[in-house]
Structure formats: C-alpha cells, structure tokens
Design a protein around this ligand. Structure first.
Ligand SMILES: Nc1ncnc2c1ncn2[C@@H]1O[C@H](COP(=O)(O)OP(=O)(O)OP(=O)(O)O)[C@@H](O)[C@H]1O
Ligand SMILES: C[C@@](O)(CCO)CC(=O)[O-]
Ligand SMILES: [Mg+2]
Length: 410
C-alpha cells in the first residue's frame, strides 16, 4: 500500500421523479446536490478502526483475525470481483457483533467491512491492511438525499485508491470512464448491503455528479438540464429506505393490477419532465444568445413541471411511501402556490419544490418562516455539481469550494 492517507468525497442527490418505480424498471431523473459525504482512510498497523460520528458508530477489529475468518469465505464472480454470499454476510454480521442488532444505522459498519474485505481480496490474496476510517457528512442521514450512496461512493473510491486498484487522478485530471465504472460497481455493493434491493440510481448519481436519467441499470447524463432553484424541506422524520422499498414490493405483490399502472404513470411523468427540462434549457440558451424573451413559454413549462410534481406526489401516496408530515409540508407550500413532492424513499425525509425564477424572495422567506414555525428545516439549493472526488489534502476540499462537516478534525 503506497498511500498513507486518502480523503474522498461524494455528493448526495435529489430524485426529481421516478423514486421507487425505478426499482421496478421505470425511468427516474436525478441530480446531484452540493452536500457531500467525506471519507478519510489512514494507514495504521494491525487494526481496522471505524469512526462514523454522524451515527455515533465506532468499532475496531484485528486485521489478522479478520483475514483468517474471511479469506476462506470470499468467493469470486466472473468479473474477478470478490464477494461474500448470504451465508458469509451473516458471518460478517456476527463477526462485527451486530447480528442481534441489525438496524439500518449499523449496516454502515457491515457495508464498510464488506467493501474492505472484498476490494482488497479482489486485488490480491495478500493480507488485509490496517486502516483507520473516518466518515462524516454534510447530508442529513436517512432523509432521502442519498446519504447511503454518498457514503458508499466515497468508501468505494477510498478503498480502491488504497488498494491500488485505481490510481490517484493526476493533477487536475479526472479518473477515466473505466475507473468511474469500477467505483460505481463497488458503491452499488455498499448500497446493496444498506438497502437490500437498490435500483442503483443513487450510487450512479453520486459517482457521476451532474444530472442523469436512469432506467434498468442504464444511465445517461442529462446535459440539457436548466438551472433550477430548489426548495428543500426536511420533515426530520427518520425512516429507512430498505424498509420503504420492501413495503412497495409487498404492495405490488398484493395489488399488481393497481400498482403496475401507477409505475406506468410515473414512467410517463419522468419522460414528460425530461422534455420540459430540455425545452426550458433551450429557452435559457436562446434568451442568452438572442436576448429574446420567451417568458410565456417558460411560464407554461414551469406549470407543466408543477403539475407533474403534484401528480407524482399523489402516486407516491398510493405506493404507501408518503407521510403525514410530507402531506403537511405540501399543503403549507401549496398555500403559496409552491408545488412539492417527496424525494428519495419518502416515509418522512425530505420534500422538494422547484421555485419559479420570478417567485418573490419576500414570499419565499415567509414560506420558509412558516415551515420553521411547524418545526421543519428548509433551505434553498441549486442542483448539479461534481461526483466522487479525490482530495490530495484537506485544503483541496476548500479549494474545490466544498465545505467540510463541522465534526471533521481540523
Ligand atoms: N455519514 C454517514 N456515516 C455513516 N453511515 C452513513 C452516513 N450517511 C449514511 N450512512 C448510512 O446510510 C444509512 C441511511 O441510508 P438510507 O438509504 O436509509 O437513507 P438515505 O440514503 O439518506 O436516503 P435515500 O436512500 O432515500 O436517498 C444510515 O443509517 C447509515 O447506515
Ligand atoms: C426509493 C429509491 O427508488 C430511491 C432512494 O433514493 C430506492 C432505489 O432506487 O434504490
Ligand atoms: Mg439511501
């Protein structure tokens, strides 16, 4: 191992449309956020030590014992990647001392150990190295903004760098497409441990950054995204994506004739939203290049996006993933003609709205104050931003314009 310290980061995301239905093969649209997860790995003798302060999780294991326990259990896929099958995964939970307490929170530890063992065992059959790992994030965890995928992507990139599977990107140069694919493949494995049955959209957007359209494991960058002003509201109700995804599967099995058409409708919503976004982008370009005002067209497109948001929120309620706090936020914003929907897995977590460019700042402040009175945090954000990144040092984080979480050591 050449690298002694590695710092990586990855963004969270919002899903504009298509959450849940995407797990069953329909189209979803996602965009990265300017909130990120960070992972620092430091080479350390004989022990693997985890510190995940956001979730108050710590743990330490002797590398020799870890190696002896899992070397014989690791299997290899056709692609040469090591994996632990379901039985070995149970052994891992026992080994971590968590088999009686498998909460979504604790699955972060299992995801770490899974990727640590499998990435190093894919690279070579040499002994597992000692490492100290610190993961911290600006993203609220379990709130629909892709914290698990951002955690998994930073983790995958960090471990792949330390193991020498991917190189340090040379000055100002990004990794190759192939390197991003490897990071994404491992980030998906982390998501699989935390989620059970992820579609892969959250890790894909966290790795790629920007915006993308995702369907059946295939993603295309959405280069035609206009600049959007987004209001994000956190219900502060904790929930688990794994549980919510499993609930939708149960509903599909019980009422296939009801739920399949809902998925079809959500597919149509994603497609209509994509074409509205493309048209908005085209108008934006014309306004700058020809100084032509297309305000009535633009107004219509925003109206379409608002209608799509309202319809999708209703469909998500039918899927059983809304929550009374989500409904409440939607009704508070609706009083001000702001149209909102849940984003990510729902069941609590975050709600978002697209704010029209001409929406009064004063009214927006009033809406946010009203939401605060009800106990909801809200903030304005823009979307897009770089995907998984390597930072040569802590200063680089600032140079790139990101902010480190408060609990990151100075
Ligand atoms: N900073 C972090 N440190 C350690 N583990 C984390 C961190 N952020 C996320 N996780 C892991 O991800 C879990 C939350 O994932 P979950 O998928 O339920 O929510 P989410 O990813 O925030 O929302 P969504 O999947 O709807 O976008 C946490 O309980 C933990 O296991
Ligand atoms: C709910 C879901 O569709 C999105 C979570 O951000 C789950 C997934 O796609 O893996
Ligand atoms: Mg998640």
């Amino acid at each position: 191992m050449d690298l002694k310290t590695v710092l990586t980061s990855s963004p969270g995301k919002i899903i504009l449309h298509g959450e849940h239905a995407v797990v069953h093969g329909t189209t979803a649209l996602a965009s990265s956020l300017n909130l990120r997860s960070y992972l620092q790995l430091i080479s350390s003798p004989d022990e693997i030590t985890l510190n995940f302060p956001d979730l108050d999780l710590q743990g330490s294991w002797d590398t020799k014992t870890t190696d002896e326990t899992f070397s014989a259990l690791v299997k290899y896929g056709d692609d040469g990647d090591a994996f632990l099958d379901d039985v070995a995964l149970e052994t891992l939970k026992d080994f971590a001392g968590l088999s009686d307490d498998i909460t979504t929170k604790n699955l972060a530890v299992i995801a770490f150990l899974y990727l640590y063992i499998c990435i190093f065992k894919s690279k070579s059959s040499s002994e597992l190295p000692g490492l100290k790992a610190l993961a911290t994030s600006n993203l609220p965890t379990g709130a629909g903004l892709g914290s698990s995928a951002a955690f998994s992507s930073s983790l995958a990139a960090g471990l792949l760098l330390v193991s020498g599977t991917i190189p340090v990107p040379s000055d100002g140069t990004d990794w190759t497409k192939g390197h991003y694919q490897v990071i994404n493949r491992w980030a998906y494995q982390g998501e699989r441990v935390i989620h059970g049955n992820p579609s892969g959209i959250d890790n894909a957007i966290s790795v790629s950054g920007g915006a993308l359209r995702y369907k059946a494991k295939v993603f295309e960058p959405l280069d035609e995204m206009p600049s959007l002003k987004i209001l994000l509201v956190n219900t502060k109700v904790a929930r688990s994506t794994k549980v919510l995804v499993a609930g939708v599967k149960d509903r599909l099995e019980k009422y296939p004739g009801v739920i399949r058409p809902v998925f079809d409708s959500i597919e149509e919503i994603s497609q209509r939203c994509q074409s509205a976004l493309t048209s908005l982008r085209n108008i934006e370009e014309k306004v700058t290049s020809e100084s032509r005002d297309n305000s009535s067209n633009r107004c219509e497109l925003y109206q379409t996006m608002e209608e799509l948001i309202d319809m999708n929120q209703s469909f998500l309620k039918i899927l059983g993933v809304s929550h009374r706090t989500i409904e409440h936020i939607c009704s508070v914003t609706a009083e001000f003609d702001i149209h909102s929907k849940l984003t990510g897995a729902g069941g609590g977590g975050c709600v978002f709205a697209v704010i029209r460019p001409d929406f009064s700042e004063e009214t927006l402040k009033k809406v946010m104050a009203k939401l605060k009175d009800f106990g909801y945090d809200s903030w304005i954000t823009s979307i897009g931003g770089v995907g998984v990144s390597y930072h040569p040092d802590v200063e680089d984080v600032k140079i790139q314009g990101f902010s480190l979480p408060n609990n990151f050591p100075a």
